[in-house]
Design a protein. Structure first.
Length: 432
């Protein structure tokens, strides 16, 4: 039975714990242990797999801590406030303009300037006062972030997009189907277009006024008359250095480290304040980093325990010869896996090994197979409590404690992006 499977049960437990406000870190730990126990492993084996798998996200976690330190430096020098001021002047009294600016910044952060979610804790806290003045429902920003952080890497072969699309090509080759990056580019505009429709729908649904209390988020007194200075230019330049080193070395942690060294050597941050900068980075991004580590451990538990293979085996028995049924079953399986481990990047290798042979046997075209795997990996990412696509926005929008991670970020993103990807995308896979 599918409801006795370790993956299914652990995802149900994860969702239930998050809905009753158990912190995501603890909920993910409990769910990962549950997945192992329900799959027949003992507690010792489960913990070994959980801890052993954490290293798979070690580079990502380190990147977040270092980028968080860089973000903290930008905030402390007032560089973030200058950016927020400029955005505030552009927004005037238009909520949609602010959402579109966030979407554009998100697209740039995934492609041309691949800093991913690191800009959120830099830019958003100074803008909360503007949002409160506009009586803006922060769910509008949640869905704006969801589109800006996800659609670009699905469709655009730059930055994180190059990584994601290359991962699809590599995983397909390992599974017996040779495709090219161009094949992925020609296909993945479809889920990006579906997400664009979800974004438009979300901005309409959540456009009504919502009142928030003004709690310690007004512009800092010392930043009110702040003007652009040399130190601000140097901080912005450190971001450019970070990106350049990352592109040259293909190492985001190294890029962030070089950027931090630059702002220390140029005395933007005093030598005596280095520890304060690192502490600030840990405070800003440390929680997300640790959640990503546990998510990688969770993925290792469900893979090594055989729970994923068992789940697919059960599903295969009900596929029959119908492409439509097969598409929806495989997408929903991907949804369950991604909701648990919180990353579409981590889901692609898992499901490609299983889905590609099935799709080939059922007569799916290569384009349909690419679309199937992309949607199955992506539909749960926008909405998973353990995803950086949801954790990042919450880290910025909840600095005053008035934005709930599950109800204000995860659920809106899933309704606007996950549901359309499943319903519309699943149907399209049977047509191409």
């Amino acid at each position: 039975m599918i409801f006795t499977n370790g993956v299914v049960l652990s995802v149900i437990i994860l969702a239930a714990l998050c809905l009753i406000n158990v912190p995501v870190f603890f909920a993910l730990m409990i769910s990962a242990i549950s997945a192992g126990l329900f799959s027949g492993l003992n507690l010792g084996e489960t913990m070994s797999l959980l801890i052993g798998g954490m290293g798979n996200n070690a580079e990502t976690a380190l990147s977040y801590i270092l980028l968080g330190s860089l973000a903290y430096a930008m905030e402390e020098t007032g560089a973030a406030a200058i950016m927020a001021k400029k955005i505030g002047s552009l927004v005037k009294n238009n909520k949609i303009v602010l959402c579109l600016i966030i979407v554009i910044i998100g697209i740039l952060a995934e492609t041309v300037i691949p800093i991913h979610i690191a800009f959120i804790p830099i830019l958003i806290p100074p803008l909360l006062a503007v949002m409160n003045r506009l009586k803006m429902n922060r769910k509008m920003l949640s869905v704006s972030f969801g589109f800006g952080l996800k659609a670009p890497y699905l469709a655009i072969p730059l930055g994180y997009g190059a990584i994601f699309q290359g991962l699809i090509v590599k995983s397909f080759k390992s599974s017996g189907l040779n495709i090219t990056e161009l094949d992925v580019v020609k296909t993945n505009w479809i889920p990006a277009l579906i997400m664009a429709g979800g974004l438009a729908l979300g901005l309409i649904i959540f456009s009504g006024d919502r009142e928030y209390k003004s709690l310690n988020i007004e512009e800092k007194e010392e930043f009110k008359d702040l003007k652009l200075e040399k130190k601000h230019i140097l901080v912005f330049f450190s971001g450019i250095i970070t990106v350049a080193v990352q592109i040259l070395t293909k190492s985001l942690p190294l890029g962030a480290l070089v950027g931090l060294i630059f702002i220390v050597l140029t005395k933007v941050v005093a030598w005596d304040n280095m520890q304060k900068m690192l502490d600030g980075g840990i405070k800003m991004m440390g929680f997300i980093a640790f959640v990503m580590l546990v998510a990688a451990g969770y993925a290792n538990v469900v893979i090594e325990s055989g729970a994923v293979n068992q789940l697919v085996g059960v599903a295969t028995n009900v596929l029959g010869g119908s492409k439509l049924i097969a598409s929806y079953v495989m997408i929903l399986l991907g949804l369950l896996i991604t909701l648990g481990i919180g990353t579409s990047f981590g889901t692609v290798p898992i499901i490609s090994a299983i889905y590609v042979p099935i799709a080939m046997n059922l007569g799916y075209s290569p384009m349909a197979t690419i679309l199937l795997v992309t949607i199955a990996a992506a539909c749960g990412d926008a909405g998973s409590p353990a995803s950086d696509t949801t954790l990042g926005p919450t880290s910025g929008l909840n600095v005053d404690g008035q934005h709930d991670h599950i109800r204000d970020t995860c659920i809106p993103q899933f309704l606007c992006f996950g549901v359309p990807l499943i319903v519309v995308g699943g149907f399209i896979t049977t047509l191409i």
